[in-house]
Design a protein around this ligand. Structure first.
Ligand code: TGC
Ligand code: FAD
Length: 389
């Protein structure tokens, strides 16, 4: 079978990458090809995450890859983005696992924790010895996390936490949860370790999307937390939203990987599949679809590369990330749907990766700010009118 993970580089964007960035991409691509692709359909069917891959991912420096110090690889944001792209070329669930560990859980501690908290958690998380999750969404509050009902109140030196978080990636396999809660003065965050009395996690089943990823509900019933569990720099909603910007950045890159696998599959299939005595790829309607895929993947690559350079220069605005997340995921989803169609009946079976990517991308379009939420963020930016108020 053809190499479905192979690069698509119509404008020689590789010329703009350093040799280290290219080497990082190739290493992760090889890992995905050898270790992920052979077992991913099995995990998807069984609704399991391949936890056996965690030590190798840690070895490759994937966790907290763009964090400096604390045992992290300290790569630049181009290399970090390329890692996300290659992981998601394998499966969105794999990229999600890495995003949550790195951009949500580790970054939350890095940006909002004390030096002691950073030293305690980050090196172990980089080594994959401690896994994290990030609890912001609640059963009744998704797009509007400001409505959250989870409450923390002071109790002597410590805190008492009550509430429920839902749709939490890695929830039941995580050793620690970053949990966001309302307090008298607004909002703040906590590191809640697994096994803390009153804290439980239960998995959500029956998903048609992100099946090779664990999604859970977290329940907090009078959970007593020590002062050391509080993230003291987390003041207001800005703290969790700042973490989302990091994760959305990786998603914008990741979506290119999923789209690329779908494009490669559709191209390979239509070149060999004959109907009415010639290859499907010879028909104008099919070529139109392939060219649209090539165009959107190439545009997404260019947006991401510029995004990475802005991020490395400290010039990135959250709205830039909204633009990229909104566009790249939505286009990836359309590419996956077109590829599914182009494979005909073969498009619905797991002999090909397309339908798995298509179903995964439905989640990616919804989480980390839905397509429409990012439309409103960008609308607010260009008009100065806030549709959320
Ligand atoms: P708003 O008034 O807009 O902002 C409150 C404060 O936060 C600042 N801010 C940001 N800072 C950094 N990054 C961002 N993206 C930021 N967005 C806002 C803002 O400047 C303000 O600061 P200050 O100093 O003035 O206080 O707040 P709002 O309540 O009106 O929120 C608006 C809205 C809709 C944009 C926000 O609530 C939102 O983004 N909603 C979407 C929720 C969401 O994306 N949830 C994701 C949950 S995690 C997840 O899905 C993980 S999936 C697993 C994986 O990643 O693979
Ligand atoms: P809602 O907010 O109820 O939105 C429903 C629909 O209404 C959407 O189409 C939306 O665009 C639209 N809508 C909402 N507000 C407006 C408006 N103002 N104007 C117009 N339309 C609007 N969360 C976490 O905290 N941590 C995680 O690790 C995590 N992992 C996830 C994993 C999976 C597999 C999934 C599916 C979700 C995950 N989430 C996680 C939750 C995710 O972030 C939310 O699902 C997402 O933010 C949307 O919230 P919601 O599902 O409540 O939809």
């Amino acid at each position: 079978m053809a190499d479905l993970l192979k690069d698509l580089d119509f404008f020689n964007l590789d010329d703009l990458l350093s040799s280290e960035e290219r080497a990082t991409r190739e290493t992760v691509k090889r890992f995905v090809q050898r270790e992920v692709v052979p077992g991913v359909e099995r995990h998807f069917a069984a609704e399991t995450f391949p936890t056996e891959l965690v030590p190798q991912m840690a070895e490759l420096g994937i966790f907290g890859a763009n964090i400096k110090g604390y045992g992290c690889a300290g790569m630049n944001n181009v290399a970090y983005g390329l890692i996300m792209q290659e992981l998601e070329a394998g499966d969105s669930g794999l990229r999600s696992f890495a995003s949550v560990q790195s951009a949500l859980a580790m970054y939350a501690i890095y940006a909002n924790g004390t030096e002691e908290q950073r030293r305690r958690y980050l090196p172990e998380m980089a080594r994959g010895k401690l896994l994290g999750c990030f609890g912001l969404t609640e059963p009744d509050h998704g797009s509007d996390p400001g409505g959250m009902e989870t409450r923390a109140r002071k109790d002597g030196d410590g805190w008492i936490l009550n509430g429920t978080k839902r749709w939490i990636t890695n929830g039941s396999i995580a050793d620690l949860a970053i949990v966001w809660a309302k307090v008298d003065q607004g909002f703040t965050g906590f590191v809640v370790e697994k096994g803390t009395p009153g804290f439980s996690a239960r998995d959500i089943h029956g998903k048609f999307s992100m099946r090779a990823s664990i999604t859970s509900e977290l329940i907090f019933e009078d959970v007593r937390l020590p002062a050391a569990a509080h993230l003291p720099q987390a003041r207001g909603l800005k703290a969790p939203l700042g973490c989302l910007t990091q994760a959305r950045y990786g998603i914008a890159w990741g979506a290119i990987g999923a789209a690329r696998t779908c494009f490669n599959t559709a191209l390979d299939y239509t070149k060999s599949r004959k109907q009415f005595s010639r290859p499907l790829a010879g028909y104008q309607l099919v070529q139109n679809k392939l060219v649209r895929m090539l165009t959107e993947i190439t545009k997404a690559q260019m947006v991401c590369l510029r995004l990475a350079h802005l991020k490395d220069q400290g010039k990135l605005r959250p709205e830039h990330v909204s633009f990229a997340k909104r566009n790249n995921v939505n286009e990836a989803l359309k590419i996956a749907r077109d590829a599914r169609d182009m494979l005909g009946a073969n498009g619905i079976v797991n002999e090909y990766p397309v339908i798995r990517h298509m179903m995964n991308l439905e989640t990616v379009n919804t989480y980390e700010g839905t397509f429409d939420v990012h439309t409103l963020i960008l609308g607010r930016d260009i008009t100065g009118e806030n549709a959320f108020e």
